[in-house]
Design a protein around this ligand. Structure first.
Ligand code: ZN
Ligand code: ZN
Length: 106
């Protein structure tokens, strides 16, 4: 048995475990809710990296307003990767034709 003070209401209570922080389930749940509410407030609005709309991110890491924008970003990345690949192939082709002495098309 350990004498502790509840981290939510501050009342002294007897904890059965060393890790106990609250006097009961009521305070534990309330503390959790308060933590969550704080988290929501802590995230300022930011602009979506895809559509540029203002949105409130759920987590610090989120940059996009919706799943739809996530899909759009993925598609854009895939398209960019394909473009880059085609560009490299073009360069390679040009280098090859130059080496073999063929006429290089403008
Ligand atoms: Zn309490
Ligand atoms: Zn968006």
């Amino acid at each position: 048995m350990i004498d502790k003070h509840c981290e939510f209401c501050g009342r002294p209570f007897v904890a059965l475990r060393q890790t106990a922080k609250y006097c009961g389930d009521v305070c534990r749940v309330k503390a959790q809710k308060r933590r969550k509410a704080k988290k929501m407030v802590a995230q300022p609005k930011r602009k979506c990296a895809v559509c540029g709309k203002d949105f409130r991110p759920k987590t610090e890491a989120s940059r996009l307003c919706s799943k739809a924008c996530g899909m759009r970003e993925t598609h854009a990345k895939m398209r960019a990767a394909k473009e880059a690949e085609r560009h490299i192939q073009q360069l390679r082709h040009r280098a090859l034709t130059r080496r073999t002495g063929e006429a290089v098309s403008p």
